[in-house]
Design a protein around this ligand. Structure first.
Ligand code: ADP
Length: 858
């Protein structure tokens, strides 16, 4: 299983969210500036214009097919009197606007002009608006639409009218009319638009006062204190659309079929509508069925928009694009993948609802296209990101899996594993140089285990970053190097270091990948390190075994060596000769003769394995030495003792015969000879005794230790009295029986008591106790108030020829054999001897022997 590095799950989500949100915002702002999708954006904005009921401020008198049938299909040929008659019929109207050209002078012009003037003077004080039509639009940067020239009402009519207004329509790039100019410029002259002119006439603002009422204020045009038009860079304002305004046929009006009350205090627009064969028809936002709207009707809606103050205000989308992009992006980054689409749909719906609500409350138009994109673009970006992360994760898993498989294929051989790891690092980081450091278990120092290339130039730099990573226990980047630690079960095993190409910033992902690799390979590396260590120890052990002069072997149940060293092989190629001994199945020690050499063989069974460990020591030299020693002792006992006996005998003889006649000096010399010879005799006696004990084979019989002790006391009595030592003995009344050799045990008691006497100054105290320790043991204690023995000396006290050298005891004669004899005897009796002593205070020697309870035991 691929384990996930803790580094990899580090929380960077909100950063990704913010980052992608900003990216989306920038992209959308650029798109908005270029407005590549204007058509689509405009169509979307048309959704706002669900036709609302018409407030009815305007009545259209339509020059429709019926009127054309009645008065002639060629409109320019209509007599002016018809219009004069119309004015009479609508005399209660507040404004009458003609969306018809009256440029060519005609005979009836005066009549119409008179009718206009009459209407103005009438009770309703009707205002009349005549159209002008701009000709040849001049494209430029001006905020106002400009025309080379215009077709105007002929001077008679123009003079009669209250206002002239431009009836030009202005289409968006998709051909749809949504906006109106406030003014157009014809030549050098600024002219009101038809709709605005009618609205001002409706408000009864005289032509001369227009510029006092209507003036620009920032981006807006102040029309009245209550009406502001938000002009775009083309000088257009967004009009609104309602349901079809009240419309009556021109013919019906003239024929008196329409109730004049319909026109009372209304705005009456006269123009072509529902007239087949005329081209004054345009697409508008509310046209969903492909029906075109007549120019006069569009003006009617624009005027209504002004009167009702229903002036849609496009909102600058910058804030919305940035805000929504970042908001949506942050939301998506934390959402689960299956929630992304429903979430974005929900957001879009919420946006649309909000936008519509705001539009209908405050007439503010939020650009649905770009704000919608601000919710959807991050979705696309995040999906892409999630996809790329997933691909990346899979690639990483595949890489790690492959690495781990490759590494496990190297059969735990460190020398093969390290180059593989190096190859992986090179692959991940494109690293030209690097090194793998193993951390020493005891000193925890890094040791260079593998490097690439061969050159050592990089090593110091890599070593310093390795130390940093080891100290901080985490991955470290320090250009141009990176270091990644390999931990296993809380222990730092190794540090991977690598140089990275200077021009190249390693993506964090690469570093994470390396850290994951380090985490994955940690167990394999640990095993390889252990394996290498075990192999090394095994090799050392084998070397030690093979160079050891002692033969060592592990034998199988057939007594053939499973494993043995050279010394064993050289000495004993066929252990089967020993089969008899092995039959018993217990550990044994045996001296064996193989050829001319003697061996000390020790064999022990391996519990539960049916195998034997055999150790073979060549004791040929020792045996020879032993023989030599035996000869020496024999010589000492016989060859030295006899001459010594003669020396002593003759010295005695000389003393007896000539003792008194010898001069004083000669007598002293003779005394010295005697003392020296006795001392020598004592030493030889000691060696012989020791030899005798060690050789074993003396008879052990039941005896009463009280007898032994009493004999020893008798021996020392004279010396104690001579030295005025105070002696006390506690000997039990009942027998203290042991199984032993009477002579040897007597030597033990005599030696110990003798030492107490020797090493206790005159008039000192000596205390002997013999008592039963428990059911099984009897103990002899000899305590003195002598010189005592230092702790250092106590350790060697029982070795042969050892004598404590202190100024106080320097002159006391002795051989240093007494205590080693005591120990040998006590050991051969399965007993124990020890001392407790303090320098200058005194010593107590203890001997413990197994008690013989019943004499029949023997
Ligand atoms: P030695 O013949 O010198 O007495 P031992 O083997 O009997 O040899 O004793 C070894 C040494 O132990 C002695 O030289 C002496 O210094 C020390 N020693 C033995 N017994 C006593 C004792 N009771 N008090 C002090 N020192 C002792």
């Amino acid at each position: 299983m691929i384990r996930q590095s803790p580094l990899l799950v580090r929380n960077t989500r909100w950063r990704a969210g913010l980052w992608l949100g900003c990216l989306s915002a920038v992209a959308l702002l650029l798109l908005w500036r270029g407005d590549l999708f204007a058509q689509f954006r405009l169509r979307l904005s048309d959704l706002y214009f669900a036709p609302a009921s018409n407030p009815g401020s305007v009545v259209i008198v339509a020059i429709d097919d019926a009127s054309l049938e009645a008065y002639g299909r060629v409109l320019t040929e209509w007599p002016r009197a018809l219009y004069a008659e119309l004015l009479n019929q609508v005399s209660t109207a507040r404004v009458v606007g003609f969306d018809l050209l009256f440029d060519v002078p005609k005979s009836g012009d005066e009549t119409l002009a008179a009718a206009i003037r009459q209407a103005r003077a009438g009770e309703a004080r009707t205002r009349a608006i005549m159209p002008i039509v701009g000709v040849e639009r001049v494209l430029g940067s001006s905020r106002m639409a400009r025309f080379q020239d215009a077709m105007r009402p002929n001077p008679i009519l123009a003079a009669a009218a209250d206002y002239l207004g431009s009836v030009n329509t202005f289409q968006d790039i998709d051909g749809v009319i949504r906006r109106q100019p406030a003014f157009v410029q014809v030549g050098d002259e600024e002219t009101l638009s038809f709709s605005l002119a009618i609205y001002l006439a409706y408000l009864r603002i005289p032509a001369a006062a227009i510029h006092q009422v209507v003036y620009p204020a920032g981006d807006m045009l102040n029309v009245t204190p209550q009406r502001q038009l938000y002009l775009d860079e083309g000088g257009l304002w967004q009009q609104n659309f309602f349901m079809t305004p009240a419309t009556v046929s021109f013919r019906d009006v003239l024929s008196g079929q329409v109730d004049p009350a319909v026109f009372a205090d209304r705005i009456v627009l006269v123009g072509l509508m529902n007239a087949s064969g005329f081209i004054d028809q345009y697409p508008v936002p509310t046209d969903t069925g492909g029906n075109l709207m007549a120019g006069v009707e569009i003006h009617a809606h624009a005027i209504e928009s002004l009167i009702q103050n229903q002036l849609p205000r496009p909102v600058n989308p910058t804030f919305w694009i940035i805000g929504l992009s970042i908001f949506a992006s942050l939301l998506y980054v934390y959402a689960r993948w299956y929630l992304l689409i429903p979430l974005s749909l929900l957001l879009v719906a919420a946006l649309a609802l909000t936008a519509f609500y705001i539009f209908h409350q405050r007439q503010e138009m939020i650009d649905l296209f770009y704000t919608g994109l601000a919710l959807i673009t991050p979705l696309v970006l995040h999906s892409g990101r999630k996809l790329s992360l997933e691909i990346d994760r899979r690639r990483r898993s595949e890489f790690l899996l492959q690495s781990v498989v490759e590494i496990s294929n190297q059969r735990l051989v460190l020398e093969r594993i390290l180059p593989r790891i190096a190859a992986d690092i090179r692959r991940v980081l494109s690293s030209p140089a690097g090194a793998i450091w193993l951390i020493d278990d005891e000193s925890s120092r890094p040791r260079l285990a593998h490097q690439w290339p061969e050159s050592a130039a990089y090593v110091p730099m890599l070593e310093s970053i390795c130390r940093r990573s080891r100290a901080e226990g985490r991955a470290v980047i320090s250009y141009p190097c990176v270091a990644v630690p390999v931990h296993w079960q809380g222990r730092l095993l190794a540090v991977l270091t690598a140089q990275i190409p200077l021009r190249w910033h390693p993506p964090r992902a690469a570093l994470y990948l390396l850290q994951s690799l380090a985490d994955q390979l940690a167990p394999s590396l640990e095993n390889a390190i252990l394996y290498t260590e075990v192999a090394r120890q095994k090799a050392t052990l084998e070397t030690i075994l093979d160079t050891s002069p002692t033969g060592i072997a592990l034998l199988g149940s057939d007594l053939r060596p499973i494993r043995c060293n050279a010394a064993y092989e050289a000495a004993l190629s066929d252990s089967a000769i020993l089969s008899e001994k092995f039959q018993a199945g217990a550990a044994f020690r045996e001296e064996v003769q193989i050829g001319k050499r003697s061996y000390n063989l020790e064999a022990a069974p391996l519990a539960g394995f049916q195998q034997w460990v055999v150790i073979l020591n060549d004791v040929t030299t020792l045996s020879e030495l032993n023989r030599f020693k035996t000869q020496m002792i024999r010589m000492a006992s016989h060859d030295l003792r006899n001459p010594l006996a003669r020396i002593l005998g003759y010295a005695d003889l000389v003393q007896q015969i000539n003792g008194d006649s010898l001069p004083e000096q000669s007598r002293r010399f003779l005394g010295s000879i005697q003392t020296a010879a006795e001392q020598m005799n004592e030493i030889i006696g000691g060696i012989l005794d020791l030899e005798l004990v060690r050789a074993g084979g003396v008879r052990h019989e039941p005896l009463d230790l009280r007898e032994v002790v009493r004999e020893a006391i008798r021996h020392q009595q004279t010396d104690m009295e001579r030295r005025q030592q105070i002696f006390e003995a506690e000997i039990p009344d009942s027998p203290a029986c042991v199984l032993g050799n009477y002579r040897q045990l007597a030597q033990v008691a005599t030696n110990l008591l003798g030492n107490a006497v020797k090493y206790t100054p005159d008039a000192g105290h000596i205390h002997l106790r013999l008592y039963q320790q428990d059911d099984a043991l009897v103990r002899l204690e000899i305590e003195d108030t002598g010189y005592g023995i230092s702790e250092e000396a106590q350790k060697q006290l029982f070795t042969e020829f050892y004598r404590v050298r202190t100024p106080a005891t320097a002159d006391i004669p002795g051989s240093g054999l007494g205590l080693s004899l005591v120990k040998s005897v006590v050991d051969s009796h399965n007993g124990r001897v020890w001392v407790s002593s303090q320098e200058g205070v005194g010593s107590t020697f203890f001997v413990e022997l197994p008690l013989l309870k019943d004499e029949n035991d023997a």
